[in-house]
Design a protein around this ligand. Structure first.
Ligand code: BG6
Length: 647
């Protein structure tokens, strides 16, 4: 099947209701059920995608009966549903299909009772027309992984593996804590269930924008000839968060960012972006291509891991989005977080450089990074194309905005309106919110719908999970053997450790930070600027991270870039060597030289590690020309600041 045929198939596909069955949630009193699973089922019910013959049975330790469970879920759905407005009828439909049975996960009797209830619900349903005559059973393990083995043994002993109809089991992350434990867990699961009955979930695959990676590649043939190292310089996959570990210190301190994000979510995205185009949309074919890709990722030896992987841990700072409970924006360092070891060596930030050893990608690096307590929340994949030989060195970029902004964007150079042939960076954007009216979901709708239908495309096979552990294992081993001696090494709310910038700088590259209007308006200078101006400026700014004590601008030099301080402090030093002023976060410097094309009147040196945005003077002049009023205001601000800085 070629990409056109795949696209045609995708365009024809209309959704039918899922196949009949009973969904059993083990661990039904937890957060996952109320926040994600029930709201997702409710969304499916609202969209008419659940079959008449459908029921949910929850089991957990908590002593509750079915009516109590329904009451609890009714209260929770009011808070956690994601519809624009609550629709009563589909909720009542779903609520009448909810059942509950209390049970301890280590008690064999509980599973016998559960099995009887599954059969009873199935039979009732035949009589009432609201049940599961098919006998299909989907078991959801919404429980801590330490119970997986016991629960599987007891499910098997109670006869769940011999039920008539289709039986499937969904297993939540974390799937093991390293390669060895993942292999053991797989062996244990496979001793009870067939491979095609095991559905290992990664919630990133429930995201529309992640699924769209495959759609984008397969259905848009124009990119196919460009999709290789011959045309692509490198790929960056970033998932940054503004939150710290919050209440999950105990879990996180044993886990760290590599196990929490890279081994699963980031490698899943890597597989979608870099796999060979599957011959068809058949789940087996798609999963094989994803696995083949992971098998081609070069395994790092210790010395490569040392050189190509960097780690970080956040210290105290300011939360990137300023949203803290106290309102002060101040956040704790990782080692001060509740239930975290005060001497913890757990990384909260990691950046890896990987290579894929196959014909398509030979020689092209892929950079992955993820971290907590960073300057902004955003998951983005950036594909940087090679410049044309002898052509403009400005690279074309393709952005997959996974979240919170959802879309796809191509950065190009465009001619500026006017008589002269002048170019300016511009973005061609597909924005999900503007294109689709779809209601916001939880991300679990497609996963539950697929599992009910027995479609494993979005779930991980045994080999995929093990290969993903194989990729990160050398780094986990190295970091365990060589504890970091510089933790914490980044300030909360910053862009992460400087070593992550150095990793790319060594290759003559830099991270593409997705700078948008929201970032610029944090600075006083841009707070009142018009939106179109800010959008254009955002495309032109480049990030720069410097260590404390770096001379950023030298007095007298004729370079005229403008700098915005996102984090940190710098000092302005006059001719006599005297400090003229301290310039802080949110402020800018260099505007006088830029506006008036003068030599620099002061030296600027960083007093702390700084994250800066740099605007090239030529870009600024081109952009501001169209906004004369904003330019006047900008000059006024600059003059006011000059007075403050004067000796
Ligand atoms: C989870 C991790 O798997 O993914 C969390 O355990 C992380 O630490 C979360 O915050 C991120 O998910 P999302 O969907 O918010 O990007």
């Amino acid at each position: 099947m070629n990409t056109c045929e795949i696209a045609n198939e995708g365009l024809k596909n209309a959704l039918a209701t899922a196949l009949p069955g009973v969904l059993v949630i083990l661990g039904a009193s937890g957060d996952l059920t109320k926040r994600l699973l029930i709201p997702a089922l409710y969304n499916l019910a609202c969209d008419g995608l659940l079959p008449e013959s459908f029921a949910v049975i929850g089991m957990a330790r908590r002593e509750l009966d079915t009516l109590g469970f329904r009451e609890q879920q009714r209260q929770d759905i009011a808070q956690f549903h994601t519809r624009r407005s609550f629709e009563k009828e589909p909720w009542e439909w779903l609520e009448s299909r909810l059942h509950y049975i209390p049970g301890d996960f280590s008690d064999p009797e509980a599973y016998t009772r559960l099995r009887n209830l599954v059969l009873e619900v199935g039979e009732n349903s035949v009589a009432t027309g609201g049940g599961t005559a098919s006998g299909n059973t989907l078991l959801y393990l919404a429980i801590s992984p330490e119970f997986f083995e016991t629960v599987n043994n007891l499910l098997d002993a109670a006869g769940f593996t011999n039920l008539t109809g289709n039986k499937r089991i969904i297993v939540e992350k974390p799937f093991g804590k390293d390669l060895a434990s993942a292999v053991t867990l797989n062996r244990s699961l496979l001793s009870h269930w067939r491979e095609d009955e095991i559905y290992r979930i990664d919630h990133y695959l429930g995201k529309e924008t992640v699924q769209n990676l495959m759609a984008f590649r397969l259905a848009n043939g124009m990119f196919a000839p460009l999709w290789s190292a011959a045309h692509i310089d490198h790929i960056q996959i970033s998932a940054t968060e503004t939150v710290g570990v919050e209440t999950r210190g105990e879990y996180y301190d044993k886990t760290g960012v590599v196990r929490d994000m890279l081994q699963n979510h980031l490698l899943q995205m890597l597989a979608f972006v870099c796999m060979e185009s599957p011959e068809s949309l058949d789940p087996a074919v798609v999963r094989e291509e994803k696995s083949r890709l992971l098998r081609s990722v070069r395994l790092l030896g210790f010395s490569e891991a040392e050189q190509d992987c960097v780690r970080g841990q956040y210290g105290t700072g300011q939360r990137g989005d300023g949203l803290t409970a106290s309102g002060s924006g101040k956040t704790l360092g990782y080692r001060e977080e509740p239930r975290v070891d005060p001497l913890s060596n757990t990384p909260t930030y990691a950046a890896f450089k990987l290579h894929i050893d196959n014909d398509r990608w030979a020689g092209m690096p892929v950079y992955l990074r993820s971290g907590k307590s960073l300057w902004k929340r955003g998951t983005e994949i950036v594909v940087q194309f090679k410049p044309q030989p002898g052509g403009n060195p400005e690279p074309n970029l393709l952005f997959f905005h996974i979240q919170p902004f959802q879309g796809v964007e191509i950065r190009i150079l465009a001619k500026r309106p006017g008589p002269a042939f002048l170019l300016q960076r511009a973005g061609m954007r597909f924005d999900y919110a503007e294109t689709f009216e779809a209601t916001r979901g939880t991300g679990y709708e497609v996963l539950l719908y697929s599992a009910l239908n027995g479609d494993p495309t979005l779930f991980s096979r045994t080999d995929f999970v093990e290969d993903s552990w194989r990729i990160v294992q050398p780094v986990l081993d190295l970091w365990k053997q060589t504890p970091a001696d510089n933790f914490p090494n980044y300030v909360a709310g910053s862009w992460g450790p400087l070593s992550a910038h150095a990793l790319l700088a060594r290759d003559g590259r830099r991270w593409h930070e997705c700078i948008n209007r929201d970032v610029l308006v944090r600075s006083e200078v841009f707070a009142t600027a018009p939106a179109v101006l800010l959008n254009n400026l955002a495309l032109a700014f480049q990030p720069l991270a410097v260590e404390a004590g770096t001379v950023i601008v030298e007095r007298g030099e004729r370079k005229s870039d403008l700098y915005v301080i996102c984090r940190g402090e710098v000092e302005a030093i006059g001719a006599s060597g005297k400090q003229l002023a301290v310039i802080k976060e949110g402020e800018c410097f260099g505007e006088m030289a830029m506006l008036y094309d003068q030599p620099r009147s002061a030296t600027i040196r960083s007093l702390s590690p700084c994250d800066l945005l740099v605007l090239n003077a030529a870009d600024f002049r081109r952009i501001i020309e169209d906004f004369p009023e904003a330019e006047v205001e900008f000059r006024q601000i600059a003059e006011r600041r000059r007075t403050t800085l004067s000796p």
